[in-house]
Ligand binder design. Structure first.
Ligand code: PNS
Length: 166
């Protein structure tokens, strides 16, 4: 039986930290479904189509990884796909409370779900999509922190928002 795991997130946008987790997870599982949440709690900078497209481009070389979007509860998405395993990356201690809450809630909603936590590689410990957007919005360079296609999309997005306050 194929071992499949879902790697969910907002990915607004995907960073090299996320890429690292997805690639490493794909060495352990037969297939990874990167599941992009349509309506994360935070108002996203990129549309769902843009986020999915950026991830597809950045991970197109890895045939074990597929990208999909989902709306509503993660447990429902998992149920529809028949998947019981969730992958989440952990950076610092500050991630713990939120991840603990999410894992507990998901298991309350669907007891068979198991979340596997992977430590983010050292070089990406300090990266978050939020900080990437902040730096890019002020014209700073995020080269090396996000895939090159995301770099271009950030540039394009902030140029188009130039007159609006982000
Ligand atoms: O990248 P993020 O923003 O930390 O990802 C969080 C995400 C999208 C995985 C989480 O908010 C989620 O699963 N949202 C779907 C709605 C849901 O199932 N909520 C209950 C569990 S907290």
């Amino acid at each position: 039986m194929k071992k499949i795991a879902v790697y969910p997130g907002s990915f607004d946008p995907i960073t090299n930290g996320h890429i690292d987790i997805a690639e490493r997870a794909s060495r352990v599982f037969d297939q990874i479904i990167v599941a992009v949440a349509k309506n994360p709690r935070k108002k996203p900078l990129f549309t769902i189509e843009e986020r999915v497209q950026m991830i597809k481009e950045a991970l197109s070389h890895n045939k074990k990884i597929i990208v999909e979007s989902f709306d509503g509860l993660l447990v429902n998405f998992l149920e529809e796909r028949g998947v019981d395993v969730v992958i989440r990356g952990l950076r610092a201690v500050s991630d713990f409370d939120y991840e603990f809450q999410m894992d507990s809630l998901n298991r309350k909603l669907s007891p068979k779900i198991e979340t596997f936590f992977m430590m983010t590689s050292e070089s990406y410990f300090y990266i978050s999509s939020q900080i990437i957007k902040e730096i890019a919005s002020f014209g700073g360079s995020v080269k090396g922190l996000v895939p090159d296609n995301v770099l271009k999309m950030l540039d394009k997005k902030f140029k188009s928002l130039k007159d609006k306050k982000y």
